[in-house]
Design a protein around this ligand. Structure first.
Ligand code: ADP
Length: 177
């Protein structure tokens, strides 16, 4: 019993975050190198509520977090109403987009739907603290980093499942109470 108690107190953000070691990697968007089509593929192939946006896949530096529903609405509306936006247009989450040659297609700027300061914790943060932050700030999700590189995500549901596991309860019963 004692050993278990010690263990539960030592659960860290990295133990609860997704992806798990065996899972596919985190689904991210890059700030200035994906086309409308690329982002539509991500939206169609995953069901996540949101996606972290990074500087580049190599750097994994976090830029912000974008909600799936905001992406869908903005892309749909741009394809319908914005002149020149097609499936091969580049999406920019950056402040400024580079000057494009006059012959190229207009870019789609989506900075306005990006949450520029999503809550983050490091992978070594004890879950006790993470749970506390979720409660106090009413978070829906929190990103996990290591040395400034994005590693994973913890959603409110992940936290609830973790609490249920700690209490040895059926996670479903907590979720729907
Ligand atoms: P919920 O946890 O409420 O079901 P999501 O549908 O966004 O919310 O997430 C489902 C699961 O996938 C969660 O365990 C979460 O940690 C994980 N997840 C959320 N967003 C991403 C993402 N962009 N890439 C990989 N996994 C994610």
């Amino acid at each position: 019993l004692e050993a278990k108690e010690e263990f539960t107190h030592k659960t860290l953000a990295m133990d609860v975050m997704r992806p798990r070691r065996s899972d596919p990697t985190l689904t991210i968007l890059t700030q200035d190198s994906m086309t409308v089509e690329d982002v539509e593929t991500v939206i169609n192939e995953t069901t996540y509520s949101g996606y972290p946006v990074v500087v580049s896949r190599e750097s994994q530096r976090l830029v912000g977090f974008v909600l799936r529903r905001d992406l869908i609405i903005s892309i749909d509306s741009a394809l319908k109403k914005q002149d020149g936006i097609v499936s091969t247009s580049i999406i920019y989450f950056t402040d400024h987009c580079p000057p494009l040659p006059p012959t190229s297609q207009p870019a789609l700027k989506l900075r306005s739907i990006l949450d520029l300061s999503p809550f983050t914790v490091t992978d070594q943060t004890p879950m006790e603290i993470v749970v506390d932050i979720f409660r106090k700030l009413g978070l829906r999700q929190c990103l996990v980093t290591h040395n400034g590189r994005l590693l994973g995500i913890i959603t409110k549901k992940d936290v609830l499942k973790h609490i249920a596991q700690m209490a040895n309860q059926d996670p479903e019963s907590i979720l729907f109470n």
